[in-house]
Design a protein around this ligand. Structure first.
Ligand code: SF4
Length: 385
C-alpha cells in the first residue's frame, strides 16, 4: 500500500540554513484583539503583558536579521501586528531595506483602505489565520470559507498582494480541512498559499499538563488531503533536527486552472527555481513570482521542455484550451499547499524544523518563534511532554 506521507528520498530538501534563509521573523507587539486558545505567545493568558515594541527597536531588529539571515521576506508578526501604531512605517522600512514585508494577522482589522495604504508602502503579502479554533470563529471550516472568500476578494481588489490562509488544526477540525482545500483550489485566483499547522501546547509553567489527546500528525494531514486530491504529489520539505526522517515542512506546489488541478510543479522544478533564484538574486525564495504566482500557457510550454511534470500540465492546459479557446489567454495559478509541524519530543529531545524559517532574535540568539515563551520562562524548550 502506498505510504500516505511521502518518503524524503522523493522530495527536494529546501536549502535553507541559519544564515541563508528566505524568511526573517519579527514580532512587534504582544497586544492582540483576540484570545485564541493555545496561543504560542500567551496572548490569551491573564499574565500576558501587552506592549508595542518601539519603532527604533523594531528597525534595529530588522537590520540585524537582514545581516544574519539574507532574507527575501520579513514576516511581521505579534500578537496582532495591525494593532501596532507604526505598522505602516514598519512595512515601509522593510521595503526600503530591500526585502518584502509580509504581515501575519487574524484579519479582524483588515479593511480595503488599510490594505491599500500598506500596499502603497510596500506590502508584499498577508498571512491570515482563519480557522474554527480561533477565538472569534465558532463556525465550522466549511462555513468559514465565506470569511476566506471575503478576505480574498478584499485583497484581490488591491492588486499584487500575495495571500496565504493559515489554518490551525486539531482533532476537532481535521476532518473539515477537505473543505478548506476544495475552496482554495476553486478560488486559486484569490489565494496563493494554504498552510495547515497542527496545534501544539506550550508549557508556560513547568507543572502545566500537556494534553495531547487532540493533537494531529502529518499522517492525519496527508490522509485528509489524499481524500480530496488522491493523486497529490509533494515536492519539497524541511526535515527535523532530531528524528532522521521526520518531515517538519511539507509542500505540494499544484497548478490550477479554472478551479481544477491540472498538474504539479514537482521537486526538480522547485530545486531549479530555488537554485536559479539564488544565483540570480543572491537569496533563496519564499514565494514564486514577483507578487502573485501565475503561469501562462507559453511559460508552461517552455517549462515542459525541461521538466517532465510540466508536460502533463501543458497537455491538461491544452485540453482546457480545446474546450474553450479563451483559456489560452487565462493564466494558471501555482498554488502552494504547505504543512508546518511544530516541535514534537523524540527520544527525549525536541524535534524542531531544521533551519527554522520562523526563527526570532532573542538575547542575541536566533530561536524558533514557537519556542520563545518556554525559552524566556525556563531557559530552553521543555521536553516533558
Ligand atoms: S517556529 Fe517552530 S514550528 Fe515554526 S518553523 Fe520554527 S521550529 Fe518550526
Amino acid at each position: 500500500m502506498k505510504n500516505i506521507v511521502p518518503d524524503i528520498s522523493t522530495l527536494y530538501r529546501l536549502p535553507y540554513s541559519k544564515n541563508d534563509n528566505p524568511n526573517g521573523w519579527v514580532e512587534i507587539t504582544t497586544h492582540c484583539n483576540l484570545n485564541c486558545p493555545g496561543c504560542y505567545r500567551g496572548c490569551d493568558r491573564d499574565d500576558n503583558v501587552a506592549i508595542h515594541e518601539k519603532l527604533e527597536d523594531v528597525k534595529n531588529n530588522i537590520k540585524e536579521i537582514q545581516k544574519i539571515r539574507n532574507c527575501q521576506i520579513i514576516s511581521i508578526s505579534g500578537g496582532e501586528p495591525l494593532m501596532h501604531p507604526n505598522i505602516v512605517e514598519i512595512v515601509a522600512f522593510v521595503k526600503k531595506s530591500g526585502m518584502i514585508p509580509f504581515v501575519h494577522t487574524n484579519g479582524v482589522l483588515l479593511t480595503e483602505e488599510l490594505i491599500s495604504k500598506l500596499k502603497k508602502n510596500g506590502l508584499g503579502g498577508l498571512i491570515i489565520r482563519v480557522d474554527s479554533l480561533s477565538e472569534n470563529r465558532k463556525n465550522n471550516e466549511k462555513e468559514l470559507n465565506k470569511t476566506r472568500k471575503m478576505y480574498g476578494e478584499m485583497i484581490a481588489k488591491i492588486k499584487g498582494v500575495h495571500l496565504t490562509f493559515l489554518c490551525v488544526v486539531n482533532s476537532e477540525n481535521i476532518n473539515e480541512i477537505g473543505h478548506v482545500i476544495d475552496w482554495s483550489i476553486k478560488n486559486a485566483r484569490l489565494v496563493d498559499f494554504v498552510t495547515f499547522i497542527p496545534m501544539r501546547q506550550i508549557k508556560f509553567e513547568k507543572d502545566d499538563v500537556v494534553d495531547k489527546s487532540m493533537f494531529v500528525s502529518i499522517e492525519d494531514l496527508c490522509r485528509e488531503v489524499s481524500k480530496r486530491v488522491p493523486d497529490v504529489q509533494y515536492a519539497s520539505y524541511l526535515g527535523g533536527t532530531v528524528a532522521l526522517k521526520s518531515i517538519k515542512w511539507l509542500q505540494s506546489p499544484w497548478i490550477i486552472l479554472n478551479g481544477k488541478i491540472i498538474g504539479y510543479a514537482g521537486s526538480k522544478f522547485i530545486e531549479f527555481f530555488q537554485v536559479t533564484h539564488h544565483l540570480l538574486t543572491g537569496r533563496y525564495a519564499y514565494k514564486f513570482g514577483k507578487d502573485r504566482s501565475y503561469l501562462s500557457f507559453p511559460v508552461i510550454l517552455l517549462l515542459s521542455l525541461f521538466f517532465r511534470n510540466f508536460r502533463k500540465v501543458a497537455w491538461n492546459y491544452f485540453k482546457e484550451i480545446i474546450k474553450n479557446p479563451l483559456n489560452l489567454f487565462r493564466r494558471a495559478t501555482l498554488q502552494l499547499l504547505c504543512f508546518i509541524i511544530p516541535p514534537d519530543v523524540v527520544n527525549g529531545k525536541n524535534d524542531l524544523c531544521e533551519s527554522c524559517p520562523d526563527a526570532i532574535m532573542h538575547n542575541g540568539e536566533l530561536v524558533p518563534s514557537c519556542a520563545l515563551e518556554e525559552i524566556k520562562k525556563h531557559g530552553s524548550l521543555l521536553t516533558e511532554r
